[in-house]
Each structure stands twice: as structure tokens, then as C-alpha cells.
Ligand binder design. Structure first.
Ligand code: BES
Ligand code: MN
Ligand code: ZN
Length: 504
């Protein structure tokens, strides 16, 4: 991760300098000093380019003198209107503009500690790159920015504010790493090992393999997995931050009875490490994208790492169902009927509608064994979701208005936006089967909704929300704080949800 440090305000003697320009504000002391040291280069450049200091606008001055390699002036708009989200985006723009510089200093005296830390987070988020498998990239082609120094008289308070954000950025980076990994490397067993490694953060991690899952009766998850040579896993990650210390989900009282300090939040992720479609095989074109079909699990894992990393005062459990969906001589056939862990039976009309089968068993386990306050699942569930909302908003489906509203608010605050979609009896009817309790697909109409209706049959009426991130888990172009590739959509959203509404 980008190395971020903090220091008191002083004009740097070398390297790159970033100045923040406000609408209607006085230039700060460093800007005046930089202008003076460069013989008025800053003022000249801003006048020549008729620079407007609006968010998203910047002006670069190369080799301005005074030993500096460049000065970048970044617009932040009106200071009174500045939100953490805008500061984050400014940080992202700074990281993008300074790729060619090994180190940069940002003069941030105009910002509150909260906003300056948000700017640092934006820069760190935007600087992410997955380069594990590049062996011969020319050094000059590689982004250089490794160090960002935030300059402010308030630098110690900014450092404290950053300490709370940093684990969330690390959680995002972890999720992006997992989603970027190719499926030959990241199979269910390997993904489970990566979860287990998070025990060092204070999470308690349980891993269930095929024999344990069979014993429980996870017929739907195992049906998806049966065509693959790679064994399935389910991973359960516990974070006990509210009751203090990590326990197996409860604390033992003086009388030896198990009593829980607070009921946990449960987060459930779809972890299909590769989705070929199975026997209902997908077309070759674009199939390589389906390594990202474990992005819901990636988000849940990144979130759990973030909560543990920042010692969130909450009890939370993350569960991921990990399988590979392959066609083979042992694969599930269209028309097969499987018995889910809930006891309900499913006619598998299309083996490519596998995510809901995996989630069915994990959701039932969650509500049955963990007594959660609410359940939020995250999944790259349907192509229909991409058709509905494109790549800007994820769909949220919920049986709980308050939870849906909270998710919406957290989305607006973090920029990981969600839009509520309907659930209704009339949609639920569409998944009736002639020979089993339900079938796993309806027709093409309302495909994202009928998938959500399917999931709802496995939450047993408990408060629940489903995020379909099929359109938002992967970006094909750079965004303000998200470089193209795996987005880790949902990590920041759900971290915010927890911080805002559930921490004690
Ligand atoms: N993983 C896919 C959904 C998906 C498609 C995510 C495109 C991201 C981009 C899911 O398992 C799937 O294949 N869904 C089918 C369901 C259909 C068979 C009812 C789909 O959306 O086509
Ligand atoms: Mn599929
Ligand atoms: Zn899938």
C-alpha cells in the first residue's frame, strides 16, 4: 500500500508538491511560499490556464524551480461544502496525477483532520495495482508513486483519523487481491486458506470441507460443486468486538450458561471461484471474467478484515460458500433435484444459476445456527442485474425497510451506491416447480428479482438484505478512487453501515 505519513507544514525542498485550491478561499501559506520560491510560477500557471478550483479539476506545473519536480494544484470547490467523499476523490485525483513521481507532499492545512484523512484514503485506494504476475514490465512503465506526505499543522490529529481508515483501505485491497487472482490459483481450498490467515487479525476462522458439509446436508451447495475436481469449502469468520475478546460466538456466564452480549450481524458472500455455467455452459466469449464470481465472498472477507483491523465495537460473522462450477462427467445435470440444508427441494433447471444454490445453504445455516440480528448477503448473482442498473448502482433487495434505508444512506456516504429493487409474492410464484418445492430459474423477465425471491426462501423471515453486485464488482475503466479491475464493492459500504448504525 501507498506509504502515507504526516508532517507539519513546510515547503518541501524537492519532489512533487500538491496544493489544494478552494473556490472563494484564501491561498494557504505553503501556496504563497511555493509561489514565492518559484518566482510566481503558481500564480502565472493558474492565470494562464484560467484555472477554476472545482472538484475534479487540476493543473500541473512541471519543473517549476525551487528544486521541485512538479506542482499540482487540485481544486476542492467550496470549503464549507467539502464532504469526506469529495476529499477522497481529490486524493484519488492526486494519486492518478502523480503516478510518475516516487514521492509527493500534499499541503492540507485547509482541511479538517477528518477530511485530510479521507484524502489520504482516496489516494491509497486509487494507487492499488495487482501486479503479482507481471515479470518483465519496464521500470519506466510502472507507476512510481510510493510515498505521500500530508502536510498540516494538525498532522497528529490527521494521523489518528487515518489510523481508523487505514484498516478499511487494507480490507479493500485484500478484497481486490482476492478477486483479481486467477481461478487456477484461487480455488475454494486456497481461498479458505487466505481466510484462515486472517486469524492474525484476531478473527476466529472455521473452515468446513466436503465431508462436514455433506453431514450437515448442504445438498444445494454440493450439487454445484460436484462437477469440479476442486473441493468446496464453507468458511465462518467471527469477529467479537462488542463483547470484547474473541469467543466462539458467545460468552460463558458465571452459571456456565452461554449468553451473548449482543446478537451478531451476519454477512454472507457468494464465492464461486470460477463459473463456467456447468452443463448449462456459458459462451466462450468473456467467460474469463467469471473468475470474479467470488467477489461477494471477497467483499465479506475484506469487510471482516477491516472490522478486525480497526477493532470495530460490534459482533459480526462473515460466511462464505466456496465452490467451483464446472461441467464434467460428475457434474450436476439440468433437471436434477437437490435437497437443501433447509429441507426444501430444488429442481435445477439451469446449472448456471448456481449462486443462489450455494447461498441457499449458507443462508439457512446462518439463520439457524448463529441467531443474527440481520443477514446481509453479497453476490455477483445475475446478468439481469447488470441490465437493470448497469455499473453505477448495485441492487438491494430486502424484507426490512429500515435496513434497506440504512444501506442506501451508507451507499451515498461512501460512493458505493445501492438502489432498492422490489420483492413480491407475484415474483415468488414464478419459481414454482412441477416436481419440487421450487426451481432455480424463472424466465428472463425480472431475472435479478426472481433470484432474490429464491434467496428469500432461505432466510426464514429473518431481517435480511441481498446485494446483487454483478454490475459493480468489476470496473472496465478507472474511477475516482477505484482503478479499473476488481472494485471490492461493498467493503466500504458495509463498513460504513456497521460504524454508523451498529457499533456500541
Ligand atoms: N455469475 C453469474 C451472474 C453474472 C453474469 C455476474 C454476468 C456478472 C456478470 C450467475 O451465476 C449466472 O450465471 N446467472 C445467470 C442466471 C440465469 C441462468 C437465470 C445469468 O444471469 O445469466
Ligand atoms: Mn452462473
Ligand atoms: Zn455465478
Amino acid at each position: 500500500m501507498l506509504d502515507i505519513s504526516f508532517a507539519r507544514s513546510a515547503l518541501p525542498k524537492s519532489g512533487a508538491l500538491v496544493l489544494l485550491a478552494e473556490e472563494e478561499g484564501e491561498p494557504d501559506a505553503i501556496r504563497a511560499a511555493a509561489d514565492h520560491a518559484t518566482g510566481g510560477a503558481v500564480t502565472r500557471a493558474l492565470e494562464t490556464t484560467e484555472f477554476k478550483p472545482r472538484p475534479g479539476k487540476s493543473c500541473t506545473i512541471l519543473a517549476p524551480g525551487a528544486g521541485l519536480s512538479r506542482i499540482v494544484v487540485v481544486g476542492i470547490g467550496k470549503r464549507a461544502e467539502l464532504k469526506p467523499r469529495t476529499a477522497e476523490e481529490a486524493g484519488g485525483a492526486i494519486a492518478a496525477a502523480l503516478q510518475r513521481e516516487p514521492a509527493a507532499a500534499v499541503a492540507a492545512a485547509q482541511l479538517t483532520p477528518e477530511l485530510a484523512a479521507a484524502l489520504a484514503a482516496g489516494a491509497a485506494l486509487r494507487s492499488y495495482r495487482f501486479d503479482r504476475y507481471r515479470t518483465n514490465e519496464k521500470p519506466e512503465d510502472r507507476p512510481k508513486l510510493a510515498k505521500l506526505i500530508v502536510l498540516s499543522p494538525d498532522h497528529t490529529r490527521i494521523r489518528d483519523a487515518w489510523a481508523a481508515l487505514r484498516p478499511v483501505v487494507e480490507g479493500v485491497h485484500l478484497a481486490r487481491d482476492l478477486v483479481s487472482e486467477p481461478a487456477n490459483v484461487l480455488n475454494p481450498a486456497e481461498l479458505a486458506e487466505r481466510c484462515r490467515a486472517l486469524e492474525t487479525l484476531g478473527l476466529k476462522v472455521e473452515v468446513l470441507g466436503p465431508r462436514e458439509l455433506a453431514k450437515l446436508g448442504f445438498g444445494a451447495l454440493l450439487g454445484v460443486s460436484q462437477g469440479s475436481a476442486n473441493e468446496p469449502r464453507m468458511v465462518v469468520m467471527h469477529w467479537n468486538g462488542a463483547s470484547g475478546g474473541v469467543t466462539s460466538g458467545g460468552v460463558t456466564s458465571a452459571r456456565g450458561k452461554r449468553a451473548r452480549a449482543t446478537r451478531p450481524l451476519a454477512f454472507v458472500g457468494k464465492g464461486v471461484t470460477f463459473d463456467t455455467g456447468g452443463i448449462s455452459i456459458k459462451p466462450a466469449q468473456g467467460m474469463e471474467d467469471m473468475k470474479f464470481d467470488m467477489a461477494g465472498a471477497g467483499t465479506v472477507i475484506g469487510l471482516m478484515a477491516a472490522l478486525a483491523g480497526r477493532q470495530a465495537r460490534v459482533d459480526a460473522i462473515g460466511l462464505v460458500g466456496l465452490v467451483e462450477n464446472m461441467p464434467s462427467g460428475t457434474a450436476q445435470r439440468p433437471g436434477d433435484v437437490v435437497k437443501t440444508y433447509s429441507g426444501q427441494t430444488v429442481e435445477v433447471i439451469n446449472t448456471d444459476a448456481e449462486g443462489r444454490l450455494v447461498l441457499a445453504d449458507v443462508l439457512w445455516y446462518t439463520q439457524e445456527k448463529l441467531d443474527p440480528r440481520c443477514i446481509i448477503d453479497v453476490a455477483t448473482l445475475t446478468g439481469a442485474m447488470v441490465i437493470s442498473l448497469g455499473h453505477d448502482y448495485a441492487g438491494v433487495f430486502s424484507n426490512d425497510d429500515e435496513l434497506a434505508q440504512r444501506l442506501h444512506a451508507a451507499g451515498e456516504a461512501t460512493g458505493e451506491k445501492v438502489w432498492r429493487m422490489p420483492l413480491a409474492e407475484s415474483y415468488d410464484k414464478l419459481i414454482k416447480s412441477d416436481i419440487a418445492d421450487m426451481k432455480n430459474v424463472a424466465g428472463r423477465p425480472a431475472g435479478a428479482i426472481t433470484a432474490a425471491q429464491f434467496l428469500q426462501r432461505f432466510v426464514n423471515g429473518k431481517p435480511w438484505a441481498h446485494l446483487d453486485i454483478a454490475g459493480t464488482a468489476w470496473a472496465t475503466k478507472d474511477n475516482a478512487v477505484v482503478p479499473k479491475g476488481a472494485t471490492a464493492f461493498g467493503v466500504r459500504l458495509l463498513d460504513r453501515l456497521v460504524a454508523e448504525y451498529y457499533e456500541s
